[in-house]
Write a protein that binds this ligand. Sequence first.
Ligand code: PLP
Length: 438
Amino acid sequence: MDAQVNSLDAFWMPFSANRQFKSAPRLLVGAKDMHYTSHDGRQILDGSAGLWCVNAGHCRPRITEAIQRQAAKMDFSPAFQMGHPLAFETASRIASMLPEGLDHVFFSNSGSEAVDSALKMALAYHRARGEGGRTRLIGRERGYHGVGFGGISVGGISNNRKQFGAMLNGVDHLPHTHDLARNAFSRGQPLHGAELADYLERIVALHDPSTIAAVIVEPLAGSTGVLVPPVGYLGRIRDICTKYGILLIFDEVISGFGRLGAPFATDRFGIVPDILTLAKGITNATVPMGATVASAEVYEAFMHGPPGAIEFFHGYTYSSHPLACAASIATLDTYRDEGLFERAAELSPYFEEAAHSLSGLPHVIDVRNLGIVAGIELASRPGAAGARAYEVFVKCYEAGLLVRVTADIIAISPPLIVTRAQIDEIFGKLSEAIRSVA
Ligand code: PLP
């Protein structure tokens, strides 16, 4: 079939209801700072930082110009057995922002690739140390780790798994931490649920520690609908991993780069993983980039054998792409010079108040928040899970606000340049939209 030029047919949209969208499209044609411009010329306030990724706001000249300059200077350089200076600079900059010990940065092009790289790194690490029997990977229910086979295997969102067969062998899952009966309307970290981490002891006992390579969790689960870790939970996971020689992987694709009111979740919670994944805010979403950061111990385990040996048989054509590196350096400069992580911390209490002002609204069964992230959970209509929040999403868009919905949960995560007045506008418009749906 010939695809008509300019028809909406040819593009098979990701994670979208294609037929529904194409019958009433929502197209964005421009972006600046806190706003998108829609195809019908309206300004849309960005309540979701694109997809949790435009942390410094849209089309920032410093970042745009850095990309333009690099595109004109050197468009591409092969990353295998070759290098370019910006790759080393970007890696050093990222390592210097992370807690001591998280020192070695492996580049990819997305969060999904960063996760698959982390899982492969964990398996290969144990093998390099003579513990090749450690092949099991432990994820968590409701976890989102992208869409590679590794990511969906350790991930725990059933819709993302059920179309795709058996996936990786030898994966087990921790229980999720969502517990409205005990934690509804928590401000910041919920008080109940640290004991859910002890389930890892049961998994370890079931499979034997000598078979387990790594545990991967999002410190704050974003895509499933903002699940904030209970007080003490991540510390217990860390302790159990350490006790049994299991690597802990933090997937910081969303929580990295200031979103939680600290540079990274590892800073926010004071828990240091062995491997940490990044993407999204790493370039302010201007050029696709992912990164997997390994501890010195993990890296050193690979650095043996003859000096001419390739230590890790893994990489992507576009690992450390020059445009992505230029974008990342300019982005990190912007975060630093504008104090955006500090700004996020400062705004957090105001953001929390604004989010919790939605608490008494019809259908709202929970409001939860941390840093510049909030989740508002609505009661589902009987037999129509997700329909109510989708209507809220459309009404917000019509009113000039972009939000993100998952099932019946609305996630708010604006760029960190958001002002107090814009926070009021976001929650004001959202409140009206929630009131207007049946
Ligand atoms: N990991 C986490 C925690 C994410 O939130 C996401 C995306 O939302 C990913 C991985 C996948 O990233 P990407 O869509 O860039 O592949």
